[in-house]
Design a protein around this ligand. Structure first.
Ligand SMILES: C[S@@+](CC[C@H](N)C(=O)[O-])C[C@H]1O[C@@H](n2cnc3c(N)ncnc32)[C@H](O)[C@@H]1O
Length: 244
């Protein structure tokens, strides 16, 4: 539950990193998942070849072209108008991509029209986001998959820095919430690999408070950063499978 009794996913949650520094966030996205472990995990759950895949909270649309290489159709959903514009600009030449303004709990698509719903660094999915989960299940076809990808704040230096900046964030409670909702969990170790030390330090500067970013810069040597992700997967029951 958020301040004022509002439920997570039913409001747009400000995202200072990508809202204020989209060009540095672009560097961050490019550094992520260098060896492709995360992409392989997503494919293991739900390959998107020939599928309709929706990216909720797509930001500037960084991941849309990758999906568009194999998918039949790709829909980016983003609530923040400047980012809707950036994602449309990025994908203007891709005939199988559209970008719509919307939110996790208000996806402007018909029911049972999507094979995969993907949401990355999607802090708007967490305790209290049941309306967003219900909405994803509404648009998914039976057997379709909701994939929520998030940073694992329990692991490594990166997790330690997250916990230092977000003392009220309880990663164990977040995981327990997803488990109660019936999600399967996988932890994926990745490495963020930057082209230069300046790039790495700039990214630390948009992700953490000045105090924590300064500590992080001292703790990291070189241009690589180990980061663990959580991938939460919920499959919509097939008709007749006895599920809800
Ligand atoms: C940390 S950014 C990640 C962007 C993108 N997924 C990526 O990996 O590049 C989180 C995004 O979620 C969007 N967002 C915030 N609240 C949302 C909501 N309730 N429903 C859908 N998206 C939301 C923000 O505007 C922002 O673009």
């Amino acid at each position: 539950m958020l301040r004022g009794g509002r439920r997570r996913g039913t409001v747009t949650i400000p995202s200072p990193n990508i809202w204020h520094w989209p060009e540095i966030y672009e560097i961050e996205n490019a550094a992520q998942d260098h060896a492709g472990a995360l992409a392989a995990e997503l494919q293991r759950h739900a390959g998107w070849s020939g599928a309709h895949i929706v990216d909720i909270g797509c930001g500037t649309g960084y991941h849309l072209p990758l999906f568009a290489e194999q998918a039949r159709a790709v829909t980016g959903i983003e609530p923040h108008p400047p980012l809707v514009g950036a994602a449309r600009e990025r994908t203007a030449d891709l005939g199988n991509v559209i970008v719509l303004q919307g939110r996790a709990d208000a996806i402007p698509l018909p029911g049972s029209s999507v094979d995969i719903v993907h949401a990355r660094t999607a802090y708007f999915f967490g305790p209290g986001c049941e309306p967003g989960i219900r909405e994803a299940l509404r648009v998914l076809v039976p057997g379709g998959c909701l994939l929520v990808v998030d940073l694992d704040a329990t692991a490594g230096h990166y997790g330690e820095w997250m916990r230092a900046d977000l003392p009220r964030y309880d990663p164990v409670a977040v995981e327990a919430f997803f488990e109660r909702q019936g999600f399967e969990l996988a932890r994926i170790d990745t490495e963020w690999v930057f082209g230069s030390r300046a790039d790495l330090e700039a990214v630390l500067g948009i992700e953490f408070s000045p105090r924590v970013a300064s500590r992080a810069r001292q703790q990291v040597v070189g241009t690589c950063l180990p980061v663990r992700y959580r991938v939460h997967c919920l499959r919509k029951p097939r008709i007749g499978s006895g599920g809800a």
